[in-house]
Unconditional design. Sequence first.
Length: 364
Amino acid sequence: MKFYCSKCNREESVDTRKAKCECGGLWKLDYQPPKIDLEKIKSDKWGLLRYREWIPVDSKALGKVSLGEGMTPAIHLDEDVMLKMDYFMPTLSFKDRGAAVLIAHAKSIGVKSLVQDSSGNAGNSVAAYSAKAGIESEIFVPEGTSPKKIDMIRSHGARVNVVPGSRDHCADVCRSKVEEEGVYYANHVFNPFFYQGTKTYIYEVYEQLKRIPENIFVPLGNGTLFLGVMIGLEELLQSGIIERMPKVFAIQGENCAPFAEAVQAGKKEIEHITPKKTLAEGIAIGAPMRGDEILEYIYKYDIRVITAPEDGILPAREKLAKKGVYVEHTTAATYTAYLKLVGQEGRLKDVLLPMCGAGLKSDH
Ligand SMILES: Cc1ncc(COP(=O)(O)O)c(C=O)c1O
Ligand SMILES: [Zn+2]
């Protein structure tokens, strides 16, 4: 197993502290897991360790940093839609899948302190897992991040830097610190180990349902769940567990939709944009760093990119809440997009929507 550069193909040990290649390219992970086999799941484990055969980190480190992430239920919303309740997690969002694996990796290579930037949820998650691992953390969040997320990050003992300006600018400020001080960048977009955690979303769906639903919706900002889902599905396909890819729908907010714009224009590269104000803060990414990699998947598997209308987000959130499901605005955007699609094209059966973030995290 090794890292290689997405731009120049240079190889690097996965133990590196370098956030990216000297040429500026992000690392990709060269790792081929063994064939997936339901019999090999560690069914006495109640978390990601269940899938340790296919997660390339030290199992002991993963066991030590684990906070009981994963194993989220899939429930019926109605006849057509199932919800995977990924906000039933230690820090109330799906990011815990990725953070558990990333921080286990950091711990196993001896990292003592790290930095991260985030719209909130990934920062919550990295702060909590770092605290469990005994690693110091400093988290950069953009101004306007919900105060509840900031309080939560602080409560884990992390230093919080609230950066004026956009989410993308906040990332730039954090990355300057990484470049200047050489501090470990425990970032959900840069570090490929994060996706080795988020891919378990798909493993779990398969283990729970013994099949993969026909229509998989995934929010798309930086694509940490999206890439995890695609890696997980490809692994199931290569293992002969599924015969074909399901239909994947990537969801962006209409006020920040660089992937939707690229696809509409038939472009192979993402043009960076400045997001307009949106309630869907978690997917308001105008400069997705793995844009080209994500676009490749979009074209390869004919993935549809659907935009969620801004004025549909609060009504969709209320609709879910009226059925007992209380999610944050970004998560309601996924349901908004589903409702828009069904409104335009008619009934869609066998749909899986991820409920990524808990309602208590948003301000109202
Ligand atoms: C609740 C929620 N949903 C979806 C996303 C989108 O994740 P990504 O930007 O990795 O695509 C985020 C990211 O912060 C989030 O917090
Ligand atoms: Zn390179």
